[in-house]
Design a binder for this molecule. Structure first.
Ligand code: FES
Ligand code: FES
Length: 152
């Protein structure tokens, strides 16, 4: 065990864990942030996407050592009050069905909008292609991303 320091949603966390532990385990089981979901554990579904130093990463295959000294943002920290434009658009358009994939979808979309505030449909589709939704909410996801970007 090694103590690793990671800033998570603006708060410094001291993690006394195996450095090879997946970041997802540290977030969910050690810190208690369960908004980020475990889908496949193999970087295939996108349910576990969080931001590490501003970039979207799949927390299920990211060893926690990679986050040491860095900053992680999870769905809980995307906005202080759940009022990020994407979260508002998601609610207004009633995007989720079961909801399981949605945190990952929103975090991938947030990373896109941070780089491209007015993405095209093709750019939205490309950025979210790795986020699977077994409920098939893709059309509403794209509409919500467009709405959040002020491009309805
Ligand atoms: S749980 Fe990480 S990509 Fe599926
Ligand atoms: S809303 Fe159910 S998997 Fe996407």
């Amino acid at each position: 065990m090694t103590e690793l320091v990671v800033r998570v949603n603006g708060t410094e966390q001291k993690l006394d864990v195996d450095p090879e532990m997946p970041l997802l385990w540290a977030l969910r089981d050690v810190i208690g942030l369960t908004g980020t979901k475990y889908g496949c554990g193999q970087a295939l579904c996108g349910a576990c996407v969080v931001h590490l130093n501003g970039e979207p990463v799949r927390a299920c295959v990211t060893p926690v050592r990679r986050a040491a000294g860095g900053a992680v943002v999870t769905i809980e920290g995307l906005s202080p009050d759940g009022n990020h434009p994407l979260q508002r658009a998601w609610v207004e358009l009633g995007v989720p069905q079961c909801g399981f994939c949605q945190a990952g979808q929103i975090m991938s979309a947030a990373a896109l909008l941070a780089k491209k505030p007015r993405p095209t449909d093709a750019e939205i589709d490309e950025s979210l292609a790795g986020n699977l939704c077994r409920c098939g909410t893709y059309t509403r996801i794209r509409a919500a991303v467009r709405k959040a970007a002020g491009n309805p």
